[in-house]
Design a binder for this molecule. Structure first.
Ligand code: SF4
Ligand code: SF4
Ligand code: SF4
Length: 363
């Protein structure tokens, strides 16, 4: 039985208490935008606007790990900042720490068991019917119809490495929140907040029922992607309509390079080279290097892909990018016996030198 603490608090009370009792410098959390329809990950530096926050709203306008890396990469915040991350965002954040693109210092990390999100374009704050269906699915531990395929197949929807966890799946929105404090930092925060940590409740059985549904969905998704990519032509077909906008890499939390190799001068060819390629092949399709870009990106970051779904959310031509990267990435991860974002101390396989490795691929 997991130990949790029923704090008898609602989320806005809790975030307000972080300012009042922990004296945090800020709280970074999903919030309503003034238009009243969309949301954005927002850093609040005072408690007055906290009523606008919607931490559990089922959309991911940006992978928050990328945002938190912006204000922790070059300097540690002078005072504690509380950040609210979904499990896949927390995994991405852990990967960024390993490559020195972010820091845990002076952060208090909140996370929760996540029921998934809708494609960003397809959900607004005013979509009551959809949101009611989502709330029903959350409270009963089921996938809600319409959430992103990569979320419906997400088996790592409970957080790892957080200071404060909030139990979400299996609870209705009018119930008080249930917290657990897995780290020393989290327990110290509980003490400062005056929470009674002796008041424990059992974990909801809805979490296991959601996990079961997702394991089956993951198997189906893997089989589907494997079948579509069974040969080189399959790969070409999948990326056939790619317009080479590279939006998928711009939003990926793991693609952190300031100057992407695939946007560099290496890929700006002299005019003659187009004619040489055209003559060699008989025809040349534009934009060129579409598949090369995706294979290159996979080889650069596939081992760290946390299957967050951002790349697919932004693709203008609806290529199932994150389903492909999740499936291909998990194969690369299995090869190195590596689980991205699971353990902060585990080095990245591509940065760790092993004298004997992958010998089966040698001549
Ligand atoms: S992939 Fe989807 S379900 Fe999994 S943690 Fe991220 S948002 Fe939640
Ligand atoms: S490749 Fe796509 S799914 Fe994987 S981490 Fe990057 S944005 Fe997320
Ligand atoms: S976002 Fe879509 S169209 Fe743009 S490069 Fe990626 S796969 Fe191609």
């Amino acid at each position: 039985m997991e130990t949790m603490i029923d704090s008898r608090m609602m989320m806005t009370d809790f975030l307000t208490a972080l300012f009042d009792k922990l004296d945090v410098a800020g709280v970074a959390v999903m919030s309503k935008l003034p238009s009243g329809e969309k949301t954005a990950f927002t850093l609040f530096t005072g408690k007055d606007d906290i009523k606008e926050c919607v931490p559990f709203f089922p959309a991911m306008p940006a992978n928050a790990a990328r945002a938190v890396s912006k204000f922790t990469r070059q300097a540690v915040p002078s005072k504690t900042v509380a950040v609210f991350l979904r499990p896949c965002e927390l995994r991405a954040f852990t990967e960024l720490i390993k490559i020195k693109q972010a820091s845990f210092d002076n952060l208090l990390i909140l996370s929760y068991d996540c029921s998934g999100v809708f494609p960003f374009q397809e959900i607004n704050l005013s979509d009551e019917t959809k949101l009611n269906a989502y709330r029903d699915a959350v409270s009963t531990g089921k996938n809600c119809e319409g959430i992103r395929p990569v979320c419906a197949a997400c088996t790592r929807f409970t957080p790892q490495g957080e200071d404060i966890a909030i139990s979400f799946v299996g609870r209705s929105t009018d119930q008080p929140l249930v917290f657990s404090f897995p780290s020393e930092k989290g327990l110290a925060a509980a003490e400062q907040l005056g929470l009674d940590v002796s008041n424990t409740v059992a974990a909801s059985s809805a979490v296991e029922s959601l996990a079961q549904e997702r394991r089956s969905a993951e198997e189906e998704l893997t089989a589907e992607v494997d079948a579509s990519l069974s040969d080189t032509q399959g790969l070409v077909n999948v990326f056939d309509r790619c317009v080479s906008c590279h939006a998928c890499s711009y939003v990926c939390p793991i693609c952190y390079c300031k100057n992407c190799y695939f946007d560099s001068q290496t890929f700006e060819y002299f005019p003659e080279s187009y004619f040489i390629r055209m003559q060699a092949k008989g025809a040349l399709r534009f934009p060129v290097d579409r598949v090369l870009f995706h294979l290159g990106r996979l080889s650069h970051m596939g081992v760290s892909c946390v299957a967050c779904g951002m790349c697919e959310d932004v693709c203008p031509v609806n290529i199932p990018v994150s389903q492909i990267f999740k499936t291909a990435g998990s194969k690369a991860q299995a090869l190195f016996d590596y689980i991205p974002g699971e353990n902060y101390d585990e080095p990245l396989p591509l940065l760790a030198y092993a004298e004997q490795e992958l010998e089966e691929f040698e001549d």
